[in-house]
Design a protein around this ligand. Structure first.
Ligand SMILES: Cc1cc2nc3c(=O)[nH]c(=O)nc-3n(C[C@H](O)[C@H](O)[C@H](O)COP(=O)(O)OP(=O)(O)OC[C@H]3O[C@@H](n4cnc5c(N)ncnc54)[C@H](O)[C@@H]3O)c2cc1C
Length: 280
């Protein structure tokens, strides 16, 4: 199916992209196009103007400074998966990006596009939540940072303002002793997670972070399970109770049969066992 007609522009700076965002009622930024273009072809989106941001130098690059890894919004999934700095400092992010879609999707899709699209079934929101990442955004009022915990508002809705551009994702480097897992049950047709659990354990077991995607209206932190594991330590007996707590407190809807909570229980348990076994 063909898209509705639209004007195509290329921005060369973030300010230019932000200015173009106010030039019509419906202007969309184009990153990897792997979510936007399918929507346009299905006529679920019909922007008047599409602004290609792939050539903006400020949106590219990966760096680490003072214990914080900065990943440019235009960094493609394959780069997030394979970049040695991210693999060393924030391996949970690499592991998550490595299982997004297929090779073609990972070669085109970007971290910024995925997070701004905010599909409730996307993989990366779980990782950025579990890592306490911050979104660095630029708009008419300058640059501000939005914690991942405040970024995902509802399905396909983020805390980004109408003229704001996501520039980068800042991820605190994980402790050197941290073990982590991203465990996903891919939908057999789409490959998106039916459920995805991102978790890491570090600082001698005193830091336990876990976030879940695919099962609620947005990805969420399993705070009750985290608190229990931090108090009890992560071991074979505490994992069962933590998984139960995650399932009981999961903000799921339309779960008449209890299937979604059962998925949470099983996948949290598996992800924690995998983490403690030091597997990928
Ligand atoms: C066949 C297929 C399978 C897929 N499987 C998975 C999967 O298993 N798991 C998964 O998580 N995802 C999956 N995806 C989605 C994929 O990860 C996309 O790459 C991603 O959702 C969007 O990234 P993009 O760079 O393509 O963004 P685009 O499609 O270009 O943009 C998406 C949205 O974000 C906005 N946007 C993009 N960049 C910025 C920015 N810097 N600032 C502000 N707004 C911005 C755009 O305006 C648009 O509204 C799949 C996609 C396809 C086509």
């Amino acid at each position: 199916m063909l898209t509705a007609p639209f004007e195509f522009r290329r921005a060369s700076t973030v300010n230019e992209a932000s200015d173009l965002l106010q030039q019509g009622t419906e202007v969309k930024l184009l990153a990897g196009g792997h979510s936007l273009l399918p929507l346009m072809k299905l006529r679920l989106a019909a922007p008047e103007m599409v602004v290609d941001i792939s050539g903006i130098p400020e949106l590219h690059g990966v760096s680490v400074h003072d214990g914080v890894v900065t990943v440019g919004a235009m960094t493609r999934h394959v780069e997030v998966a394979q970049n040695p700095v991210i693999q060393a400092e924030a391996p949970l992010l690499s592991k998550t990006a490595a299982v997004i879609g297929d090779v073609q999707v990972r070669n085109r899709g970007t971290i910024g596009g995925s997070l701004c699209h905010a599909d409730s079934a996307a993989d990366l929101p779980a990782a950025v939540l579990a890592l306490d990442a911050q979104m660095v955004v630029s708009g008419p009022d300058g640059i501000r940072k939005i914690p991942a915990s405040e970024f995902f508002v509802a399905p396909f809705v983020t805390a980004l303002g109408a003229r704001e551009v996501l520039m980068a994702v800042e991820v605190p480097a994980m402790p050197s002793d941290a073990a982590s897992t991203y465990l996903k049950r891919p939908h057999p047709a789409s490959g998106y997670p039916v459920i995805g659990v991102a978790c890491w354990v570090g600082n001698g077991g005193t830091s336990v972070k876990m976030a879940i995607t695919g099962i609620g209206s947005t990805a969420f932190r399993a705070v009750e399970a985290e608190a229990y594991l931090t108090e009890q330590g992560v071991n074979a007996s505490s994992i069962g109770e933590a998984a139960r707590l995650a399932a009981v407190h999961a903000p799921v809807e339309d779960d008449v049969t209890g299937y979604k909570r059962q998925l949470v229980n099983v996948y949290v348990s598996r992800a924690l066992h995998q983490t403690m076994a030091g597997k990928d």
